[in-house]
Design a protein around this ligand. Structure first.
Ligand SMILES: NC(=O)c1ccc[n+]([C@@H]2O[C@H](COP(=O)([O-])OP(=O)(O)OC[C@H]3O[C@@H](n4cnc5c(N)ncnc54)[C@H](O)[C@@H]3O)[C@@H](O)[C@H]2O)c1
Length: 310
């Protein structure tokens, strides 16, 4: 087999389940040694369990690969540093970081508790920062490295997920900023927004909610069938491995959507239209804005959530 990552050392967080698990197994299949990091928490972030990470280590070793388990939480700054050190202690270096750890707490904003907000932000946004922060010290020193973060299409704004969407939008900005800081040191930082059937996306509760939306006419049968037949997480890792490989050395700060049979790249966020004021100290009056904004900046605009009469 042509192993694209032979001799590399990778830290994969959230590697005990779902996409992280598949990524760990795939990178190992490409010749990388893997620190399988997973705190084994429930979908909502509660509890802890050593079994998911331990089991993936066993699977990698049974296939002849090298792996070690780590049970630290990515939410803890110091524990994240220990993860990086554990990778170096076990395998002598750190070439690849894949940030897959994730939890969900879905609520409309008016029902979201402070704990729902803090938990999701601390696993996704702070957790990704914690791991990137310590990995970048090592990667800057060695002048090489690949970081692959996980965002979600929800970063564009999704209902019932203000915590998650905000965290994932933060991860997009974190990725873009870190890429700009680390590029000169031979380190690339990119992001994947996946779709895959895992315990995060396909719980009985979620399926029941989707059925209700179909029955209420809020979703087409086609959309319903698409959701229910969501492909598994095994289709995401080849893109992770590609971004981690030598072939992707010049890809930096990019956001890709990845699912079975579809890989897309997001556009650069750019200003698309501008109005200028060249007289009266450059200040627009509210009346001028009332007149000009709809005619210029907002031509063709559609409100994503117009007011409804109850
Ligand atoms: N599945 C999808 O369709 C989908 C869509 C968009 C984004 N994502 C993102 O992809 C990533 C992987 O998602 P998944 O669907 O495989 O989820 P998953 O729930 O199957 O697995 C997540 C893993 O992360 C671990 N984890 C959670 N909190 C942790 C912590 N504090 N420290 C260490 N480990 C922790 C869990 O124990 C679990 O094993 C997540 O970042 C998720 O937000 C997934």
């Amino acid at each position: 087999m042509n192993e694209k990552l032979k001799g590399r050392a990778a830290l994969v967080t959230g590697a005990g389940r779902g996409i992280g698990r598949e990524a760990a197994l795939y990178l190992a299949g490409q010749g990388a040694s893997i620190l399988v990091a997973d705190a084994g928490v429930a979908r909502d972030g509660s509890g802890s369990d050593l079994a998911p990470a331990e089991q993936v280590v066993v699977e990698i070793k049974e296939k002849g690969g090298q792996a070690a388990a780590n049970f630290n939480s990515v939410t803890d700054f110091k524990a994240a540093e220990d993860m990086i050190n554990a990778c170096v202690d076990n395998f002598g270096k750190l070439d690849i970081v894949v940030n897959c750890a994730g939890v969900l707490r879905e609520r409309m904003i008016w029902n979201m508790s402070e704990d729902d907000w803090d938990t999701v932000i601390s696993v996704h946004l702070k957790g990704t920062f914690n791991v990137c922060r310590h990995a970048c010290v090592k990667m800057k020193e060695q002048r090489s490295g690949r970081i692959i973060n996980f965002t979600s299409d929800a970063w564009r704004g999704s209902v019932g997920q203000t915590n998650y969407a905000s965290a994932k939008g933060g991860i997009v900005s974190l990725t873009r900023a870190t890429a700009r800081e680390m590029g000169r040191y031979g380190v690339t930082v990119n992001c994947i927004a996946p779709i895959a059937a895992t315990r995060m996306t396909m719980t009985e509760e979620v399926k029941a909610g989707i059925k209700k939306r179909l029955e209420a006419g809020l979703m087409s049968k086609e959309q319903y069938d698409g959701f229910m037949n969501m492909p598994g997480p095994q289709f995401v890792p080849p893109m992770v491995a590609y971004l981690a490989s030598d072939a992707a050395a010049n890809i930096n700060g990019q956001i890709f959507h990845v699912e079975k049979g579809r890989v897309s790249i997001y556009s650069e966020p750019i200003e698309v239209r501008t109005i200028f004021k060249t007289v009266e100290n450059g200040m627009f009056s509210i009346e001028e804005l009332e007149d000009a904004v709809p005619k210029t900046l907002l031509t063709g605009y559609i409100n994503p959530a117009p007011a409804k009469k109850e």
